[in-house]
Design a protein around this ligand. Structure first.
Ligand code: ATP
Length: 303
């Protein structure tokens, strides 16, 4: 493993009869951003809480730099919990400074870093307000500052984008990208798949406590079923019938969308289309992350 990687190695966790995690594994390398996606109740929060050490796994191990995570490493993790969890009545700057000190910064250093994050996140003028006086989106910016104030070696965020307006999404995205570019492994959970597809180097899809797909966005998108769109205006409706490994998904306006399985030969499809007359379009549609997610994940049982 490269130096500075976070590894979650086959962790399992049960709550009574509920299997929350079943040998969940994932690795985030330095300078890599991993999007952690899955249905409600799939096990994302449980995984992140175990990685942080606020919850113990029944089995498996979490490592940083090839060694099991201890208290020193734990204090170098930046974490944004789903339930948020800052003090509502405490003033924003005091709160960040206090958290910086808790993570080992001197008072002056913590104050300086807190001020600079508030500036960066557009909250400088709110520094002396109680947290509860801020809008939810601004409170979330403070949560991000809280995760970053001690210059963490690893950044773990539980649904950091939920409820943010587009400007705040952009700001959060930029800050996460820059943190990642400084060599910090970043992992965040999200249900906003288009955002994950745009932002992340790698994606892990979790279902019922297991990692069911893990790879770069490119790898995952090219591993899904390939659809072809063919525009052959003179082709009869049954032109693609009988082609090996090919099924018709949709036909409209002279365009046919075909699903090809691994036994199909796209060149045979092209020949069949050309044999009907001119072919104006022959294009492969790669699945979006949303399509893949639909294919991989079946509904979780209701909570
Ligand atoms: N404290 C707990 N006691 C009992 N069961 C729990 C507890 N925490 C989590 N679970 C169960 O563990 C499973 C995984 O939950 P988890 O919160 O990790 O999912 P999640 O992927 O983060 O979901 P969401 O997207 O809704 O936040 C669920 O079945 C949940 O009900």
């Amino acid at each position: 493993m490269p130096e500075g990687a976070l590894e979650i190695d086959r962790i399992s966790k049960r709550y009574g009869d509920v299997v929350a995690l079943d040998e969940m594994s994932l690795t985030v390398r330095p300078g890599e951003m991993l999007g952690f996606v899955g249905s409600n109740g799939a096990g994302k929060t449980t995984t992140m809480r175990i990685a942080l050490g606020v919850l113990a796994a029944d089995s498996g191990e979490v490592r940083y730099n090839d060694a099991p995570i201890d208290r020193t490493v734990r204090s170098r993790i930046g974490y944004m919990p789903e339930e948020r969890g800052l003090y509502p009545k405490m003033r924003v700057l005091d709160q960040l400074q206090y958290l910086g000190e808790l993570h080992g910064l001197s008072r002056a250093e913590a104050g300086r870093t807190a001020e600079s994050w508030l500036e960066r996140l557009g909250l400088a003028e709110r520094r002396n307000d109680q947290l509860q006086k801020l809008s939810l989106g601004n409170q979330q910016r403070v949560q991000l500052a809280a995760a970053l104030v001690h210059d963490p070696a690893v950044l773990i965020l539980d649904e950091p984008f939920s409820g943010l307006d587009p400007v705040a999404v952009e700001l959060m995205s930029t800050v996460l990208r820059q943190t990642c570019e400084r060599g910090v492994p970043v992992v965040f959970s999200s249900h906003q798949l288009e955002l994950v597809q745009k932002l992340c180097d790698r994606v892990g899809i979790v279902q019922r406590g297991r990692m069911v797909a893990d790879g770069t966005v490119e790898q995952l998108r090219s591993s899904g079923p390939a659809d072809l769109t063919v525009h052959a205006p003179q082709a009869p409706p049954d032109w693609a019938d009988g082609l090996r490994g090919v099924s018709v998904v949709d036909t409209s306006g002279g365009r046919t969308t075909l699903r090809l399985d691994e036994t199909a030969d796209d060149q045979a499809v092209l020949q069949a289309a050309l044999s009907t007359g001119p072919v104006h379009e022959f294009s492969r549609n790669r699945p979006s992350l949303t399509d893949l997610f639909r294919n991989v994940v079946t509904e979780e049982p209701a909570e």
